[in-house]
Design a protein around this ligand. Structure first.
Ligand SMILES: *[C@@H]1O[C@H](CO)[C@@H](O)[C@H](O)[C@H]1NC(C)=O
Length: 195
């Protein structure tokens, strides 16, 4: 059986079961600006918009990693697209934040696909699978243990760079402490309708 999910635009509330987001347009429009000025009135500062998360038992270290994510040819352009998901992965002990660098602010330029864990099996609960189109001024934090597809970039750029924050063990004896994968045949498809 084929599972098809339709991608929707990322919002703070829709992503909340899977982690948190940094989405300035939405988050700043929801506050009273005058109470949040910073830097001698030249900035607005919001506290704690996204949460870095690590789970016990934990002795890993926080890292900034860099991902240069290449746009696959079938995901270029603006036509409606169907994309197959073949791998979901999770970082059982750490959140992971992706901050896009150099994408147009108002344009969807990457896609995140997430699922909650099935408590009985530890595997993805595909009934909770969701796909979100993210703009250049949105960053996402997958919560610790949240299943997600490897980054999917969209549009006409050759690649998109991301700064990525995660806690890692780097234990050669136990790489599964940092990352676990679940593989699928092509039975999970995401429909993407770009603007
Ligand atoms: C940050 O936000 C989270 C989620 O809303 C909340 O649980 C936490 O207590 C907040 N932390 C601080 C320091 O305000």
């Amino acid at each position: 059986m084929t599972l098809i999910v339709r991608a929707t635009l990322l919002t703070v509330a829709d992503f909340a079961p899977y982690g948190s987001v940094i989405s300035p347009d939405e988050q700043i429009s929801n506050i009273d600006d005058s109470s949040r000025t910073a830097n001698q009135g030249t900035a607005i500062k919001l506290l704690n918009v996204s949460q870095i998360d690590k789970k016990y038992p934990f002795d890993g270290t926080p890292n900034w990693n860099l991902f240069r994510c290449f746009c696959q040819p079938h995901l270029r352009g603006t036509k409606p697209i169907e994309h197959s998901i073949r791998v979901l992965e999770k970082h059982p002990y750490s959140s992971q934040t992706f901050i896009p660098m150099g994408c147009p602010r108002q344009q969807p330029c990457y896609l995140v696909v997430v699922a909650l864990e099935d408590c009985n099996t530890g595997r993805p609960d595909l009934t909770t699978l969701k796909a979100f189109l993210c703009k250049g001024n949105q960053a996402v934090t997958y919560g610790a243990g949240i299943w997600h597809a490897p980054m999917i970039t969209l549009g006409d750029q050759e690649y998109i760079d991301f700064g990525v924050v995660i806690y890692e063990f780097h234990d050669p004896q136990a790489p599964e402490k940092d990352c676990q994968e679940q593989h699928y045949d092509s039975s999970i498809k995401v429909e993407i309708f770009q603007c």
